[in-house]
Design a protein around this ligand. Structure first.
Ligand code: PEP
Ligand code: MN
Length: 367
């Protein structure tokens, strides 16, 4: 008796495999049909065709399964095939962690951003104003171990009569100061026409909040080899921000760093509202490094330390901060930049980054 059951079970096993093989072959044909339907813009679901298939199967059914059982079994197969067809229609986004599990590490020269590397600090003035100002700031932040320097040469200003930046001369001054102090230079590009001069002058191209959805600019920068720091738009959803990054990756530039810089809300005590959930979500949904600009987020010096702690606690890969030799006379963002003393106090208060970045064991700064 037992021998008989064993032998019959062996037949069942073989039939199972045969069934699987036939089901897989069927699924492949369904996928092929799905591709043709998608190419023709046709829907995958065709109830008339489904009914005809079921009718043919019931007509051919000689038991032992009842017609109803045959129908219900095959309906499941049809449904699974349909899911396959729908699945292959889905775009595979290059920014998505679904298809790219590992963290992307963006290297700015020899400075890594993202992955398990220690949090970075990008420090420097809002705008490059003069040789003396940029030189003094670069010297100070470099002396404190900072490796990435920021400074705007083309400033996106709300008021057209306010300081617009020194333009190409600003890029030259920023480059010279960075070279003198071993710093990498981050500056904002506003116009694709300036890309050649940026490619000669900077180490990271910043796309500002106001240009996050300037798709022509994104496409141009996507064709560059330089790393890109993509700020979140003033009122951009997380999806819009990630899609903007998708443009850069789609054009062939994989070196994209996201930067949350606060969003516009009803709150007036802060300049913007730092969206910490966006930082955590961007880290979960994408594989790209995420920085937080604590200066523009809160727009208040007294928030720099707590916002830095919050940003690092939710997994930010680094912080951006504005530093100016004398903020009271700065040509932009006077109220929120810190002076050198303030910068030193900030470093001491945050113990940046060694105590605030759990899991990050190496020291980024040598202080
Ligand atoms: C800046 O970082 O200089 C700047 C203008 O920031 P945002 O684009 O985030 O406003
Ligand atoms: Mn600024």
């Amino acid at each position: 008796m037992d021998d008989q059951i064993t032998a019959l079970r062996a037949r069942i096993d073989a039939l199972n495999l045969e069934l699987l093989e036939r089901l897989s072959a069927r699924a492949q044909v369904a996928e092929e049909i799905g591709r043709l339907q998608t190419a023709q813009g046709r829907s995958h679901y065709d109830p008339v065709r489904e009914q005809a298939m079921l009718d043919a199967l019931v007509a051919a059914n000689h038991g032992p399964f009842s017609d109803a059982t045959v129908k219900s079994l095959l309906k499941q197969v049809f449904q699974a095939s349909m899911q396959l067809e729908e699945e292959q229609d889905k775009v595979q986004y290059l920014t998505s962690r679904r298809h790219h599990r590992a963290d992307t590490v963006v290297w700015v020269g020899d400075v890594p951003i993202g992955g398990d590397h220690p949090a970075v600090l990008v420090a420097g003035p809002c705008a490059i104003e003069s040789r003396e100002q940029v030189e003094a700031t670069a010297a100070h932040v470099a002396s404190r171990g900072v490796r990435l320097f920021r400074g705007g040469a083309y400033k996106p200003r709300t008021d057209p009569y306010s300081f617009q930046g020194l333009g190409e001369e600003g890029l030259r001054l920023g480059r010279a100061a960075c070279d003198a102090h071993g710093l990498k230079f981050v500056a904002e590009l506003m116009d694709a026409a300036d890309l050649p001069v940026f490619e000669r002058s900077v180490d990271v191209i910043q796309i500002g909040a106001r240009n996050m959805q300037n798709f022509r600019l994104l496409k141009a920068v996507g064709r560059s080899k330089l790393p890109v720091l993509l700020k979140r738009g003033l009122s951009a959803t997380i999806e819009e921000w990630v899609m903007a990054a998708e443009y850069l990756l789609h054009e062939g530039n994989p070196n994209v760093i996201l930067c949350e810089r606060g969003i516009r809300t009803f709150e007036r005590f802060t300049r913007n509202t730092l969206d910490v959930s966006a930082v955590a979500l961007a880290k979960l949904e994408t594989h790209l490094p995420v920085l937080v600009d604590v200066t523009h987020s809160g727009g208040r010096r007294d928030l720099l330390v707590p916002l830095t702690k919050a940003a690092l606690a939710v997994g930010a890969d680094g912080i951006m901060l504005e530093v100016h030799p004398n903020p009271a006379v700065a040509l932009s963002d006077q109220k929120q930049q810190v002076d050198f003393e303030g910068f030193d106090a900030y470093l001491d208060a945050t113990l940046f980054p060694e105590t605030l970045s759990p899991g990050r064991t190496e020291l980024y700064t040598e202080r």
